[in-house]
Write a protein that binds this ligand. Sequence first.
Ligand code: HEC
Ligand code: HEC
Length: 346
Amino acid sequence: MIRGTPHLIALLLLAALAILLVAFTWSVPPVAMPQFARVASDKVEPAEPLSPLPQTIPTPDLERAQLGERLFHELRLSGDDSVACASCHSLEQGGADGRARSVGAGGALGEVNAPSVFNAALGFAQFWDGRAATLAEQIDGPLHNPVEMASDWPRVLTTLSADEAYRTAFAALYPDGITKANIVDALVRYQLTLVTPNAPFDRYLRGERDAIDAAAREGYARFKDYGCASCHQGALVGGNMFQRFGIMGDYFVDRGQLEDVDLGRYRVTGREEDRYVFKVPSLRNVALTAPYFHDGSVETLDEAVEIMARYQLGRDLQAEDIALIVAFLNTLTGDAPNIGRSLPLP
Ligand code: HEC
Ligand code: HEC
Protein backbone atom coordinates (compact mmCIF):
# COMPACT_ATOMS: atom_id res chain seq x y z
CA MET A 1 0.00 0.00 0.00
CA ILE A 2 2.67 2.42 1.17
CA ARG A 3 4.78 1.53 -1.86
CA GLY A 4 1.86 1.95 -4.28
CA THR A 5 0.78 5.45 -3.16
CA PRO A 6 3.60 7.48 -4.81
CA HIS A 7 2.91 5.62 -8.05
CA LEU A 8 -0.75 6.52 -7.86
CA ILE A 9 0.04 10.17 -7.10
CA ALA A 10 2.50 10.29 -9.98
CA LEU A 11 -0.08 8.74 -12.27
CA LEU A 12 -2.74 11.24 -11.19
CA LEU A 13 -0.32 14.14 -11.66
CA LEU A 14 0.59 12.89 -15.15
CA ALA A 15 -3.07 12.56 -16.08
CA ALA A 16 -3.75 16.10 -14.83
CA LEU A 17 -0.81 17.40 -16.83
CA ALA A 18 -2.01 15.61 -19.98
CA ILE A 19 -5.52 17.11 -19.55
CA LEU A 20 -4.03 20.57 -19.04
CA LEU A 21 -1.85 20.21 -22.13
CA VAL A 22 -4.76 19.06 -24.31
CA ALA A 23 -6.94 21.85 -22.97
CA PHE A 24 -4.23 24.42 -23.65
CA THR A 25 -3.64 23.23 -27.20
CA TRP A 26 -7.39 23.30 -27.85
CA SER A 27 -7.66 26.84 -26.53
CA VAL A 28 -4.90 28.23 -28.84
CA PRO A 29 -6.80 30.67 -31.04
CA PRO A 30 -7.13 29.51 -34.65
CA VAL A 31 -5.53 32.78 -35.81
CA ALA A 32 -2.13 31.31 -34.88
CA MET A 33 -2.29 28.88 -37.80
CA PRO A 34 -2.14 31.30 -40.74
CA GLN A 35 0.67 33.19 -39.01
CA PHE A 36 2.64 30.00 -38.75
CA ALA A 37 1.92 29.15 -42.37
CA ARG A 38 3.14 32.60 -43.52
CA VAL A 39 6.48 32.23 -41.78
CA ALA A 40 6.94 28.81 -43.36
CA SER A 41 6.22 30.02 -46.91
CA ASP A 42 8.48 33.08 -46.49
CA LYS A 43 11.33 30.64 -46.05
CA VAL A 44 10.55 28.93 -49.34
CA GLU A 45 10.16 32.15 -51.36
CA PRO A 46 12.28 34.99 -50.02
CA ALA A 47 11.42 38.51 -51.20
CA GLU A 48 12.70 39.10 -54.73
CA PRO A 49 15.83 41.29 -54.88
CA LEU A 50 14.67 42.64 -58.27
CA SER A 51 11.48 44.49 -59.05
CA PRO A 52 9.71 45.49 -62.27
CA LEU A 53 10.35 48.93 -63.77
CA PRO A 54 7.49 51.25 -62.91
CA GLN A 55 4.68 51.28 -65.40
CA THR A 56 4.32 54.41 -67.47
CA ILE A 57 2.96 57.56 -65.95
CA PRO A 58 1.85 60.19 -68.46
CA THR A 59 2.75 63.75 -67.49
CA PRO A 60 1.13 66.92 -68.80
CA ASP A 61 4.51 68.17 -70.02
CA LEU A 62 4.65 66.34 -73.30
CA GLU A 63 5.43 69.51 -75.28
CA ARG A 64 8.40 70.39 -73.10
CA ALA A 65 9.63 66.80 -73.41
CA GLN A 66 9.26 67.08 -77.19
CA LEU A 67 11.32 70.26 -77.18
CA GLY A 68 13.87 68.33 -75.10
CA GLU A 69 13.85 65.60 -77.72
CA ARG A 70 14.80 68.16 -80.35
CA LEU A 71 17.59 69.50 -78.15
CA PHE A 72 18.81 65.97 -77.45
CA HIS A 73 19.34 65.55 -81.21
CA GLU A 74 20.73 69.08 -81.76
CA LEU A 75 24.26 69.01 -83.21
CA ARG A 76 24.66 72.76 -82.60
CA LEU A 77 24.82 72.17 -78.82
CA SER A 78 28.42 71.08 -79.43
CA GLY A 79 31.41 73.37 -79.95
CA ASP A 80 31.87 72.43 -83.62
CA ASP A 81 28.27 71.50 -84.51
CA SER A 82 29.28 67.87 -84.92
CA VAL A 83 27.82 65.93 -81.98
CA ALA A 84 24.48 65.81 -80.21
CA CYS A 85 23.55 63.96 -77.04
CA ALA A 86 22.04 61.34 -79.35
CA SER A 87 25.38 60.78 -81.10
CA CYS A 88 26.59 58.92 -78.03
CA HIS A 89 23.18 57.95 -76.62
CA SER A 90 21.43 56.58 -79.67
CA LEU A 91 17.85 55.39 -79.36
CA GLU A 92 18.67 52.68 -81.87
CA GLN A 93 21.58 51.37 -79.80
CA GLY A 94 20.00 50.92 -76.41
CA GLY A 95 20.67 54.53 -75.41
CA ALA A 96 24.44 54.11 -75.82
CA ASP A 97 26.81 54.21 -78.82
CA GLY A 98 28.20 50.71 -79.26
CA ARG A 99 31.78 51.98 -78.94
CA ALA A 100 34.33 51.13 -76.28
CA ARG A 101 34.88 54.87 -75.85
CA SER A 102 32.77 57.65 -77.33
CA VAL A 103 33.94 59.98 -80.06
CA GLY A 104 33.23 63.61 -79.23
CA ALA A 105 33.56 67.00 -80.90
CA GLY A 106 36.55 67.21 -83.25
CA GLY A 107 36.86 63.41 -83.22
CA ALA A 108 38.25 63.39 -79.66
CA LEU A 109 38.22 60.01 -77.94
CA GLY A 110 36.41 59.87 -74.58
CA GLU A 111 37.76 58.50 -71.32
CA VAL A 112 35.07 55.93 -70.61
CA ASN A 113 32.32 53.84 -72.19
CA ALA A 114 29.02 55.70 -72.66
CA PRO A 115 26.34 54.27 -70.37
CA SER A 116 22.75 54.08 -71.60
CA VAL A 117 20.45 57.02 -70.98
CA PHE A 118 17.50 54.61 -70.87
CA ASN A 119 16.05 54.55 -67.34
CA ALA A 120 18.97 56.72 -66.16
CA ALA A 121 16.46 58.94 -64.35
CA LEU A 122 15.87 56.08 -61.90
CA GLY A 123 19.55 55.75 -60.96
CA PHE A 124 20.64 57.01 -57.54
CA ALA A 125 23.52 58.98 -59.10
CA GLN A 126 24.80 59.78 -62.59
CA PHE A 127 28.10 58.81 -64.29
CA TRP A 128 30.26 55.78 -63.58
CA ASP A 129 31.73 57.54 -60.56
CA GLY A 130 28.44 59.10 -59.44
CA ARG A 131 29.83 62.64 -59.56
CA ALA A 132 26.46 64.14 -60.56
CA ALA A 133 23.46 63.55 -58.33
CA THR A 134 20.69 64.28 -60.83
CA LEU A 135 20.00 64.41 -64.56
CA ALA A 136 19.84 68.22 -64.37
CA GLU A 137 23.26 68.37 -62.70
CA GLN A 138 24.61 65.84 -65.19
CA ILE A 139 24.08 68.00 -68.31
CA ASP A 140 26.91 70.44 -67.53
CA GLY A 141 29.27 67.47 -67.80
CA PRO A 142 28.97 66.47 -71.48
CA LEU A 143 28.31 70.05 -72.58
CA HIS A 144 31.65 71.31 -71.28
CA ASN A 145 33.69 68.15 -71.58
CA PRO A 146 36.37 68.82 -74.24
CA VAL A 147 36.17 65.20 -75.42
CA GLU A 148 32.37 65.23 -75.60
CA MET A 149 30.57 68.40 -76.76
CA ALA A 150 33.37 70.91 -76.07
CA SER A 151 30.84 73.71 -75.72
CA ASP A 152 29.66 76.20 -73.09
CA TRP A 153 26.40 77.84 -72.02
CA PRO A 154 27.01 81.29 -73.58
CA ARG A 155 27.63 79.59 -76.93
CA VAL A 156 24.52 77.41 -76.63
CA LEU A 157 22.34 80.37 -75.63
CA THR A 158 23.63 82.48 -78.53
CA THR A 159 23.13 79.67 -81.06
CA LEU A 160 19.60 78.78 -79.98
CA SER A 161 18.55 82.43 -79.63
CA ALA A 162 19.63 83.05 -83.22
CA ASP A 163 17.25 80.32 -84.40
CA GLU A 164 13.71 81.53 -85.05
CA ALA A 165 12.16 78.07 -84.53
CA TYR A 166 13.76 77.62 -81.08
CA ARG A 167 12.82 81.20 -80.08
CA THR A 168 9.18 80.48 -80.90
CA ALA A 169 9.15 77.04 -79.28
CA PHE A 170 10.71 78.23 -76.01
CA ALA A 171 8.51 81.35 -75.87
CA ALA A 172 5.40 79.17 -76.17
CA LEU A 173 6.42 76.82 -73.35
CA TYR A 174 8.48 78.94 -70.92
CA PRO A 175 7.58 82.50 -69.84
CA ASP A 176 11.24 83.53 -69.81
CA GLY A 177 12.11 81.90 -73.14
CA ILE A 178 15.56 80.52 -73.88
CA THR A 179 17.58 80.22 -70.67
CA LYS A 180 20.03 77.66 -69.34
CA ALA A 181 17.46 76.49 -66.77
CA ASN A 182 14.81 75.97 -69.45
CA ILE A 183 17.14 74.09 -71.78
CA VAL A 184 18.11 71.81 -68.89
CA ASP A 185 14.44 71.41 -67.94
CA ALA A 186 13.43 70.36 -71.45
CA LEU A 187 16.35 67.93 -71.77
CA VAL A 188 15.56 66.39 -68.38
CA ARG A 189 11.87 66.02 -69.23
CA TYR A 190 12.79 64.24 -72.43
CA GLN A 191 15.10 61.88 -70.58
CA LEU A 192 12.29 61.09 -68.15
CA THR A 193 10.45 59.56 -71.10
CA LEU A 194 13.35 57.21 -71.86
CA VAL A 195 11.98 54.38 -69.74
CA THR A 196 11.77 50.81 -71.02
CA PRO A 197 9.04 48.95 -69.12
CA ASN A 198 7.48 45.53 -69.77
CA ALA A 199 10.63 43.51 -70.32
CA PRO A 200 9.84 39.78 -70.43
CA PHE A 201 11.48 39.55 -66.99
CA ASP A 202 9.13 42.24 -65.62
CA ARG A 203 6.13 40.33 -66.92
CA TYR A 204 7.56 37.23 -65.23
CA LEU A 205 7.93 39.13 -61.93
CA ARG A 206 4.33 40.26 -62.25
CA GLY A 207 3.23 36.64 -62.34
CA GLU A 208 3.42 35.62 -66.01
CA ARG A 209 5.57 32.58 -65.43
CA ASP A 210 5.99 31.76 -69.11
CA ALA A 211 7.11 35.25 -70.11
CA ILE A 212 10.68 33.90 -69.82
CA ASP A 213 11.82 30.40 -70.71
CA ALA A 214 13.20 27.70 -68.41
CA ALA A 215 16.85 28.61 -69.16
CA ALA A 216 16.25 32.26 -68.20
CA ARG A 217 14.40 31.21 -65.03
CA GLU A 218 17.32 29.00 -64.04
CA GLY A 219 19.72 31.82 -64.95
CA TYR A 220 17.83 34.16 -62.64
CA ALA A 221 18.03 31.57 -59.84
CA ARG A 222 21.81 31.39 -60.27
CA PHE A 223 22.09 35.19 -60.53
CA LYS A 224 20.57 35.25 -57.04
CA ASP A 225 22.33 32.17 -55.64
CA TYR A 226 25.82 33.26 -56.70
CA GLY A 227 25.32 36.74 -55.25
CA CYS A 228 25.09 38.93 -58.38
CA ALA A 229 21.88 40.35 -56.94
CA SER A 230 23.69 41.58 -53.82
CA CYS A 231 24.99 44.39 -56.05
CA HIS A 232 22.71 44.37 -59.10
CA GLN A 233 19.34 44.78 -57.44
CA GLY A 234 16.10 46.76 -57.38
CA ALA A 235 14.12 47.97 -60.39
CA LEU A 236 17.26 48.86 -62.37
CA VAL A 237 19.07 45.59 -61.56
CA GLY A 238 21.80 47.96 -60.40
CA GLY A 239 22.06 51.73 -60.15
CA ASN A 240 21.47 51.93 -56.40
CA MET A 241 24.93 51.63 -54.81
CA PHE A 242 28.68 52.05 -55.30
CA GLN A 243 31.01 49.05 -55.17
CA ARG A 244 34.66 48.33 -55.83
CA PHE A 245 35.49 46.71 -59.18
CA GLY A 246 37.80 43.89 -58.13
CA ILE A 247 36.74 42.71 -54.68
CA MET A 248 38.07 39.16 -54.97
CA GLY A 249 40.98 39.87 -57.31
CA ASP A 250 42.80 42.83 -58.84
CA TYR A 251 41.00 43.45 -62.12
CA PHE A 252 43.21 46.42 -62.97
CA VAL A 253 46.52 44.65 -62.45
CA ASP A 254 45.30 41.75 -64.60
CA ARG A 255 44.00 44.10 -67.30
CA GLY A 256 47.08 46.32 -67.25
CA GLN A 257 47.59 49.96 -68.29
CA LEU A 258 46.02 51.66 -65.29
CA GLU A 259 44.47 55.00 -66.21
CA ASP A 260 43.27 57.89 -64.14
CA VAL A 261 39.58 57.08 -64.75
CA ASP A 262 40.11 53.62 -63.25
CA LEU A 263 40.38 55.31 -59.86
CA GLY A 264 36.58 55.68 -59.99
CA ARG A 265 35.01 57.47 -57.06
CA TYR A 266 38.43 58.20 -55.59
CA ARG A 267 38.60 61.05 -58.12
CA VAL A 268 35.41 62.49 -56.63
CA THR A 269 36.01 62.03 -52.91
CA GLY A 270 39.79 61.62 -52.59
CA ARG A 271 39.14 58.92 -50.01
CA GLU A 272 41.40 55.86 -50.10
CA GLU A 273 38.46 53.46 -49.66
CA ASP A 274 36.88 54.84 -52.86
CA ARG A 275 39.76 53.74 -55.08
CA TYR A 276 38.39 51.58 -57.96
CA VAL A 277 34.85 52.12 -56.69
CA PHE A 278 32.12 52.63 -59.33
CA LYS A 279 28.38 52.90 -59.51
CA VAL A 280 26.99 49.40 -59.94
CA PRO A 281 25.53 49.82 -63.43
CA SER A 282 21.96 48.97 -64.30
CA LEU A 283 21.65 45.74 -66.25
CA ARG A 284 18.40 46.86 -67.91
CA ASN A 285 18.69 46.39 -71.71
CA VAL A 286 22.24 45.17 -71.16
CA ALA A 287 21.97 42.89 -74.21
CA LEU A 288 21.84 46.04 -76.37
CA THR A 289 24.74 47.98 -74.86
CA ALA A 290 27.98 46.14 -75.64
CA PRO A 291 30.85 46.73 -75.13
CA TYR A 292 30.89 46.52 -71.34
CA PHE A 293 32.45 48.05 -68.22
CA HIS A 294 33.57 51.63 -67.70
CA ASP A 295 36.61 50.89 -69.86
CA GLY A 296 34.54 49.31 -72.64
CA SER A 297 37.09 46.50 -72.65
CA VAL A 298 34.73 43.57 -73.04
CA GLU A 299 32.77 42.78 -76.20
CA THR A 300 30.38 40.07 -75.10
CA LEU A 301 27.99 39.48 -72.22
CA ASP A 302 29.46 36.02 -71.71
CA GLU A 303 32.85 37.51 -70.99
CA ALA A 304 31.39 40.27 -68.80
CA VAL A 305 29.56 37.68 -66.66
CA GLU A 306 32.70 35.55 -66.37
CA ILE A 307 34.76 38.57 -65.24
CA MET A 308 32.10 39.64 -62.74
CA ALA A 309 31.99 36.17 -61.20
CA ARG A 310 35.77 36.03 -60.94
CA TYR A 311 36.54 39.53 -59.64
CA GLN A 312 33.38 40.31 -57.66
CA LEU A 313 32.51 36.89 -56.27
CA GLY A 314 35.73 34.87 -56.46
CA ARG A 315 34.08 32.15 -58.58
CA ASP A 316 35.07 30.46 -61.79
CA LEU A 317 31.79 29.88 -63.58
CA GLN A 318 31.19 26.92 -65.88
CA ALA A 319 30.12 27.57 -69.47
CA GLU A 320 26.62 26.33 -68.58
CA ASP A 321 26.29 28.82 -65.70
CA ILE A 322 27.34 31.65 -67.98
CA ALA A 323 24.91 30.64 -70.74
CA LEU A 324 22.01 30.48 -68.25
CA ILE A 325 22.83 33.83 -66.65
CA VAL A 326 23.14 35.43 -70.09
CA ALA A 327 19.75 33.91 -71.03
CA PHE A 328 18.35 35.70 -67.97
CA LEU A 329 20.11 38.99 -68.84
CA ASN A 330 18.57 38.79 -72.31
CA THR A 331 15.10 38.99 -70.73
CA LEU A 332 15.88 42.46 -69.33
CA THR A 333 15.28 44.20 -72.66
CA GLY A 334 12.12 46.29 -72.34
CA ASP A 335 9.82 48.20 -74.67
CA ALA A 336 11.56 50.92 -76.68
CA PRO A 337 11.23 54.37 -75.11
CA ASN A 338 8.13 56.26 -76.13
CA ILE A 339 7.85 60.01 -75.83
CA GLY A 340 4.16 59.56 -75.01
CA ARG A 341 4.95 58.15 -71.60
CA SER A 342 7.19 59.48 -68.90
CA LEU A 343 8.08 59.42 -65.24
CA PRO A 344 7.09 62.25 -62.94
CA LEU A 345 9.79 64.88 -62.41
CA PRO A 346 12.00 63.80 -59.48
C1 HEC B 1 30.72 62.32 -77.03
C2 HEC B 1 29.77 61.42 -76.46
C3 HEC B 1 28.70 61.95 -75.54
C4 HEC B 1 27.86 63.01 -75.73
C5 HEC B 1 27.82 63.95 -76.90
C6 HEC B 1 26.97 63.02 -74.59
N1 HEC B 1 27.27 62.01 -73.75
FE1 HEC B 1 26.24 61.50 -72.10
N2 HEC B 1 27.73 60.23 -71.58
C7 HEC B 1 28.83 59.94 -72.37
C8 HEC B 1 29.80 59.23 -71.57
C9 HEC B 1 31.13 58.70 -72.06
C10 HEC B 1 29.23 59.11 -70.27
C11 HEC B 1 29.91 58.49 -69.05
C12 HEC B 1 30.80 59.56 -68.45
C13 HEC B 1 31.32 59.19 -67.08
O1 HEC B 1 30.73 58.37 -66.41
O2 HEC B 1 32.34 59.76 -66.68
C14 HEC B 1 27.93 59.74 -70.33
C15 HEC B 1 27.02 59.76 -69.28
C16 HEC B 1 25.74 60.27 -69.39
C17 HEC B 1 24.68 60.08 -68.43
C18 HEC B 1 24.79 59.28 -67.13
C19 HEC B 1 24.17 57.93 -67.26
C20 HEC B 1 24.50 57.02 -66.11
O3 HEC B 1 23.88 55.96 -66.03
O4 HEC B 1 25.36 57.33 -65.29
C21 HEC B 1 23.58 60.74 -68.89
C22 HEC B 1 22.22 60.83 -68.23
C23 HEC B 1 23.96 61.36 -70.13
N3 HEC B 1 25.27 61.04 -70.42
C24 HEC B 1 23.15 62.21 -70.88
C25 HEC B 1 23.66 63.02 -71.88
C26 HEC B 1 23.00 64.21 -72.40
C27 HEC B 1 21.66 64.75 -71.96
C28 HEC B 1 23.81 64.71 -73.37
C29 HEC B 1 23.61 65.97 -74.20
C30 HEC B 1 23.52 67.20 -73.46
C31 HEC B 1 24.96 63.82 -73.46
N4 HEC B 1 24.85 62.85 -72.52
C32 HEC B 1 25.98 63.96 -74.39
C33 HEC B 1 28.98 60.26 -73.68
C34 HEC B 1 28.34 61.34 -74.27
C1 HEC C 1 30.27 43.40 -55.42
C2 HEC C 1 29.32 43.98 -56.37
C3 HEC C 1 29.03 43.25 -57.65
C4 HEC C 1 28.71 41.92 -57.82
C5 HEC C 1 28.58 40.85 -56.76
C6 HEC C 1 28.47 41.74 -59.22
N1 HEC C 1 28.64 42.92 -59.89
FE1 HEC C 1 28.38 43.22 -61.88
N2 HEC C 1 29.13 45.09 -61.69
C7 HEC C 1 29.53 45.68 -60.51
C8 HEC C 1 30.22 46.92 -60.79
C9 HEC C 1 30.81 47.89 -59.77
C10 HEC C 1 30.25 47.04 -62.20
C11 HEC C 1 30.91 48.16 -63.00
C12 HEC C 1 32.36 47.82 -63.21
C13 HEC C 1 33.07 48.85 -64.04
O1 HEC C 1 32.93 48.83 -65.25
O2 HEC C 1 33.73 49.70 -63.47
C14 HEC C 1 29.54 45.88 -62.72
C15 HEC C 1 29.32 45.64 -64.08
C16 HEC C 1 28.60 44.56 -64.59
C17 HEC C 1 28.28 44.35 -65.98
C18 HEC C 1 28.62 45.31 -67.12
C19 HEC C 1 27.49 46.29 -67.32
C20 HEC C 1 27.80 47.36 -68.33
O3 HEC C 1 26.85 47.99 -68.80
O4 HEC C 1 28.96 47.61 -68.67
C21 HEC C 1 27.59 43.17 -66.07
C22 HEC C 1 27.03 42.55 -67.32
C23 HEC C 1 27.51 42.64 -64.74
N3 HEC C 1 28.12 43.50 -63.86
C24 HEC C 1 26.91 41.43 -64.41
C25 HEC C 1 27.11 40.78 -63.18
C26 HEC C 1 26.80 39.39 -62.93
C27 HEC C 1 26.16 38.44 -63.93
C28 HEC C 1 27.19 39.14 -61.66
C29 HEC C 1 27.19 37.80 -60.94
C30 HEC C 1 27.98 36.77 -61.58
C31 HEC C 1 27.69 40.38 -61.10
N4 HEC C 1 27.65 41.36 -62.07
C32 HEC C 1 28.12 40.53 -59.79
C33 HEC C 1 29.31 45.18 -59.24
C34 HEC C 1 29.00 43.86 -58.97
